[in-house]
Structure formats: C-alpha cells, structure tokens
Design a protein around this ligand. Structure first.
Ligand SMILES: Cc1cc2nc3c(=O)[nH]c(=O)nc-3n(C[C@H](O)[C@H](O)[C@H](O)COP(=O)(O)OP(=O)(O)OC[C@H]3O[C@@H](n4cnc5c(N)ncnc54)[C@H](O)[C@@H]3O)c2cc1C
Ligand code: FES
Length: 342
C-alpha cells in the first residue's frame, strides 16, 4: 500500500499495489478527470512531482517527450513508492475534486442500427424521455457491453444540439465483444448503458483553416464537429480527408454532400488505396493525399481521428509541412483489448 498526495489540493489517499492511481482516487471519493480508463484518450494526465510509478500506457496518449517531462496517465500508473502528483492541468476546482466522480450513467434504448459498409455500423441510442446528455462534438462515451461489465469507448457522431440521442459509428472487429453484440443482438428497443461524456477533443476557437483527417470509423467525431460548425454558420475553410480501402468503404457521402451545401467552404477529399477503374479522386494512403494536396499546412488547425498508425503518420507529415504540433488535436482509436507499450 502506498500513499498518493494530489496537489494543488494537498489531499492524500491510499493506493493498493495492484491499483491504479485513478482507481484509488475514485475509490477514495475524490475526482480526477478521466475518459477511456485504458490508456487511449489522455484525459487522465497528471504530473508526477515525487516518487515513482509503473506505467503500462499506450504511447499514443502519452508521447515519450511528455513522459520524460514527468507526465503520467493516472489510469495506467501503479505506484511503486509514495507519490506526489500535480493535477493542476486538469483545471479542477476544489468542489469538483472533493465531490468525487460525478460522471453519469445513462440507460438508453437502441433506436436504430444501420449498415454503413461491410464492417462499419451506425447505432443510434435514445435517452429516456426527458433525459438529455449535454456534450461537445468530439467527445466520446463508454458503452457497457450488454450482458457484461466490459466497457468500450465510442465517439459521438451526431451534432451536440441533438443531445437526446447518441449516434455512434462503430467498426466491427472480428471477435470483438461489443462488435459481436452489434452484429448478433443489437436491434431497436434493446437497452444499452453508457457513461460520459468524456474527452477533451472539440473544435478550438480560432480563425485558422481546418484540416480534418479521418480513417475508417474515425469519421465519427469529425462528422459531429462538422454538423456543429454548419449549425453555427461557420465560415472557416475546412478540408476533410477521408481514407478508405475501396469505394465501398466510403460512407455517409450523402450527409457530407448536405454539409457541403450548407458550408460551401468545406472541401471533401476521399482517398482510396484500392480505387475502382475510372476513379478520379486521390489514390494511396491518406498521408499521400495530404502530401500531394498542398505544400504547406502552416497556419492550419488539424483534427485527426482513426487508427493510431494513421494519426502518427499524418502528424509527422503535417508537422513536416509547417503545422504547429500544438495545433494538432487527435483521438487515436486505441483498441481496448491490447495496448501497445511504446
Ligand atoms: C477515445 C476513443 C474513442 C473511440 N471511438 C471509436 C469510434 O467512434 N468508433 C470505433 O469504431 N472505435 C472507436 N474507438 C476504438 C474502440 O473503442 C475499440 O476498437 C474497441 O476495442 C472495440 O471494441 P470491441 O468490443 O468490438 O473489440 P474488443 O473486444 O475490444 O477487441 C477484440 C480484439 O480486437 C483488437 N481490436 C480492437 N479494436 C481494434 C481496432 N480498432 N483495430 C485493430 N484491432 C482492434 C483488440 O486488441 C482485441 O485483441 C475509440 C477508442 C478510444 C480510446
Ligand atoms: S482515461 Fe487514462 S488515457 Fe483515457
């Protein structure tokens, strides 16, 4: 058993050898911000001031540079010593910290399940009458896989004004727990519990041009952001790169067309690795298209969403083309089953 002290509150709680700092904090009825709880989202970052931890984290939520500067993911850190951590970057006030975990669980019912491609589904969950879940486009929920205690993270794909419903765009993973539920049991009216909303990804206020890069189901939060930008009458230029394998793997093209009608400054660039004959669009990886599209991305904001490898490659390319690292916002769809240690 170790003692963990959280600054700037000066509060100390006990953490068992096999317990993460986040789990021990929540058990002790104080609050640290968190999201996926499995090293994928980076919401639970704190600074370690004293002591040491074993960190089993994904490198995507915590790049080596940040780790070297003492940042840790509290959901993946097991103390090996008494520790002092600094949670100032979470911007918690005393009331939030001492109120404990106030994230809500919602009992929803499935409204619809839609086949978007061979391996992508859209599931819409409806809140109980009179209930809404306020959220920001770019955030995600943790869905409890029905019949189990397991949770899986999925980003909202609907605009934030539509907060009586939660639309999720989910990739079907062979033998995945939630994927199996989606394929075999999900149908209208089936109850599904979610908790949230979580995550800090959102369209940041600025006048900069926006570059969005989506791979596969990574379109989900970007679609929500576009719906919100259109709803606010935004005039910021946006270019959406959408990488897929074949033309059959592209989806919601009609909805993107509707958004373009409302936002004439929205450019849509589908990119296929296996294009059909006569395809007039971009070919190759989404990073090939980014490289070919314009010489410099200086002065842009970038929002990247999809598999960790795509995010890494797109980040390298955009930074190499002048986009400032701090203007890149991303959600890596890190699998729940295994976490790469990097
Ligand atoms: C913040 C956040 C937001 C996310 N939003 C979305 C979203 O909007 N849409 C979406 O489809 N996914 C999203 N994900 C990823 C999703 O949570 C995982 O893919 C999840 O593990 C799938 O659950 P499952 O039960 O179907 O498969 P699991 O039972 O978790 O996995 C089964 C096996 O497949 C592997 N696996 C799981 N997911 C993947 C993957 N994506 N690629 C390759 N191998 C995988 C696992 O390592 C495991 O071995 C998000 C992840 C995070 C962290
Ligand atoms: S809650 Fe720790 S990385 Fe998501």
């Amino acid at each position: 058993m170790y003692e963990v002290t959280v600054e700037p509150f000066g509060y100390t709680f006990e953490c068992a050898d096999d317990e993460t700092i986040l789990a021990a904090a929540l058990r002790s009825r104080v609050f640290l911000r968190y999201g996926c709880k499995h090293g994928g989202c980076g919401t639970c970052k704190v600074q370690i001031v004293n002591g040491d931890v074993d960190l089993t984290a994904s490198s995507y939520a915590l790049p080596p540079g940040e780790r070297d500067l003492g940042t840790i993911l509290s959901c993946q850190s097991y103390p090996v010593d008494d520790c002092v951590i600094d949670a100032s970057a979470m911007n918690l006030d005393e009331e939030e910290f001492y109120s404990g975990d106030s994230s809500r669980r919602y009992l929803t019912r499935i409204e619809s399940v839609e086949v978007l491609t061979a391996d992508i589904r859209r599931i819409v969950l409806r809140h109980q009458p009179g209930t809404v879940m306020p959220f920001t486009a770019g955030q995600f929920v943790n869905v409890t896989v029905p019949g189990t205690d397991a949770e899986r993270s999925y980003s909202m794909a609907n605009g934030s004004a539509d907060n009586a419903r939660i639309a999720l765009i989910c990739k079907i993973i062979p033998d995945g727990l939630f994927s199996k539920f989606l394929e075999e049991q999900a149908r209208p009216d089936v109850p599904v519990t979610v908790s949230g909303p979580f995550g800090t990804m959102s369209v940041k206020l600025s006048h900069r041009e926006i570059v969005m890069v989506a791979g596969g189901a990574g379109l989900a939060p970007l679609l929500a952001m576009l719906v919100d930008l259109a709803g606010k009458g935004s005039r910021r230029p946006v270019t959406l790169f959408f990488g897929a394998r074949t033309a059959a793997d592209l989806y919601v093209l009609g909805e993107i067309g509707d958004l373009q009608a409302r936002m004439p400054q929205l450019r849509f660039v589908p990119v296929l690795t296996e294009p059909p004959e006569g395809w007039g669009g971009q070919v190759g990886l989404v990073t090939d298209a980014l490289a070919a599209w314009q010489g410099s991305y200086a002065g842009c904001d970038a929002y990247l969403c999809g598999p960790p490898g795509m995010i890494e490659a797109a980040t390298d390319l955009l930074v190499g083309r002048g986009l400032r690292q701090q203007n890149i916002y991303f959600d890596a769809f890190v699998p729940t089953g295994t976490i790469p240690v990097g």
